[in-house]
Design a protein around this ligand. Sequence first.
Ligand code: COA
Length: 335
Amino acid sequence: MIARANGNHVSITGLGWHVPERVLTNDELAGIVDTSDEWIRDRTGIRQRRIAAPEEAMSDLSLAASRRALEDAGVRGEDIDLVIVATVTPDMMFPATAALVAEQIGATRAAAYDLSAGCTGFMYAIAQAYGMVAGGLVQRALVVGGDILSRILNWSDRSTLVLFGDGAGAVVLERVDEGGFLGFELGADGAGGRELLLPSSGSRKFEDSVPPYLTMNGREVFKFATRVMVSSAEAVLEECGRTVEDVDVYVPHQANVRIIDHAARKLGFPDEKVVVNVDRYGNTSSGSIPLALADAAGDGRLQPGKLVLMTGMGAGLTWGSALIEWTHETNGATA
Ligand code: COA
């Protein structure tokens, strides 16, 4: 789907983030599987990632990120009437992690549910929340994106283990007088679903020999990623009547610095417009884009009036872009 925002202006009015304390370096991974710091940095740009403590679950990361977002927006939990948590690693299949978070922040009037769209989850969730706020169904939405992928990784598979990390970000969406979201482009290609999946995690039976771990065809996902990161960004820009030159801040999904560099080069973004933090966090799935937004807020790049382009991609296979004229005076520290 592709759509230009119409009617009411809706924007991000609060931003929060949270990552687990534990830093896991490439050298430590080299003690677990047959890999090296040099290989990981060369092929992915990743230097380290955060790993959740055994007692930490997705609702814990979500809650910490949400509290910061609420504070940044200057609103209380009871002011929120929609909570969406975009994740593929909820605390459990049900109840929804969003319901647990809503309860803990005191959002007693809120509808709350989880959304699964792989690493694109945050992009899908902000589009949904935008629609609900713009359409007047809710006044104020809290959207969390994040994952604890360390729980679903095969810790003896070097081809996936080195790529991912844990973390979450959260945003508050509400009506504003001007600016805010300009448009969205979202897509899915189920035929590519087999390239990135978590077998034995639902009602489909798999052979006993297929382990219940994140399974990926890295080369195919790489090809897909380099294609859609460019096509989706171009589509949303065209739909909104904007150009790459109009964009001040480019926030791509943080999967691999080579994918980011390829997309930035093809689109024509100079380095200073591109937000990169994959070196510090690895791929945090739905946490990636809100964590990158928090970074850009922290280093002063997200100022009212700035045009921000976000593009995500991931399991599904899915992808999604949003264009937003930033309206919020951010005061968050760098993620
Ligand atoms: N350490 C050392 N060697 C490794 C390794 C690791 N962690 N992982 C794989 N290798 C090896 C492979 O076994 C292969 O060896 P071989 O040539 O003897 O078979 C070699 O390195 C090259 O593997 P290849 O798959 O060609 O590497 P690559 O340059 O394509 O990089 C990825 C692999 C996974 C980094 C890359 O394909 C990628 O980023 N894909 C997209 C993944 C992604 O973004 N997923 C999430 C989407 S949300």
